[in-house]
Design a protein around this ligand. Sequence first.
Ligand SMILES: Nc1ncnc2c1ncn2[C@@H]1O[C@H](COP(=O)(O)OP(=O)(O)OP(=O)(O)O)[C@@H](O)[C@H]1O
Length: 258
Amino acid sequence: MENGTGVKKVKIECVNISKYFGEGKDRIHVLDNISISVYENEFIVVLGPGQSGKTTLLKIIAGLYKPSSGKVYLEGKEVEGPGPDRGIVFQRYTLFPWKTVLGNVEIGLKLRGVPKEERRKIASYYINLVGLSGFENHYPHQLSGGMKQRVGIARAYAINPKVMLLDEPFGQLDAQTRYLMEQETQRIWQQEKRTVIFVTNNIEEAVYLGDRIVVLDGKLPGRMKKVYKIDLPRPRDYTDPAFLELRHSITEDTQLLL
Ligand SMILES: Nc1ncnc2c1ncn2[C@@H]1O[C@H](COP(=O)(O)OP(=O)(O)OP(=O)(O)O)[C@@H](O)[C@H]1O
């Protein structure tokens, strides 16, 4: 995170982001004055209950929505639309059903005109990183939910984005698979550091993964309620007393909201 001079480099900066949808009496105020600086290689978790504007915030950072006011900067440059410098993993599986695992992971590289041999090499590396070696020629319908999200993560990594944006990627998985995927996410991130913004409504997941947790208020418009710094060593352990204590105190702090 530090650049050798002890100064942390800001990767993403959200400045006074507010967002409204609709007009007149149908106008909904979804986000209010959100400001966050995310440092290089930091793992930021945005934690909030359903309908607190988390996905909207992520889509604004992705450039898929424009903020009603405020600005997002990536490495100091204003975000004006989507781009390959941001890799996105959504809650719902967004794989192409007619493409194999390899085809799905390669797609971003193919679109950028990376030659076949090179893209195969890059895709194979990331398929291996997410633990799917041997499944290159499988189609999405042959994969479990956890495996599909692994493909989504490999695909996002393969384009070598500056920032990874993950929107409740494990929200659809059963509890067991979710734990496994959280552990895998931590392992992958420790192996291949990236700046990550990870959205969830799950406190335990937030404490397990985050360097910092940004808590959004429970009712619309989403406002920043509190920011926690999580200094627990990695790999983290769900049963470690320090982990449980933090989880407990964040739950107590936010129980009216979550
Ligand atoms: N494209 C849109 N058009 C109109 N309203 C929208 C749009 N996207 C989001 N909203 C409004 O914003 C509110 C918050 O949605 P958002 O998906 O950002 O919240 P969230 O915290 O991610 O919720 P969840 O955890 O349930 O996915 C929604 O209730 C909806 O009213």
